[in-house]
Design a binder for this molecule. Sequence first.
Ligand code: SF4
Length: 153
Amino acid sequence: MSNLFQRAVIRLNNAIVRRRRVRAEPREVLILLPHCLHHESCPQNVVRNLDECRRCGKCSLADLVKARDDYGVLCCVVGGGRQALARLKQSDVKAVVAVACGKELVAGIWAAFPKPVMAVPNLTPEGPCRNTLADLGAVLAAVELFTGGAEMK
Ligand code: SF4
């Protein structure tokens, strides 16, 4: 699957999700994060528990944990696609904001259907799968799309 095709699928999916106007309580919105966002030098076990993040700012997780707390949404780091799918399929999740590479996002969008997934491609300044970064603005916009933007504490 080419990168161009992945980007087209993600854009189309996000446009469809926006038009569906899904509304959810913050506690029903899950931000799903890949473990490659976790800085490789960090000893904290954020896959087991995101609260282990010390918010040092070396990777995107510091801002994402703050966003989780500010908005009151669910958020977790997963080790792979199977774990991501298991979590997003749980009944407490009504809407998903997923950060990942294009390939994982496209697979997740199909697998999660009809659950709405706003897909946010990660940034890869050091190449794929290593110390990747999240587009915080895009993540927050997607959370606000689902929550109506009025729930921020
Ligand atoms: S922001 Fe959190 S997860 Fe990232 S390097 Fe710092 S302590 Fe580790």
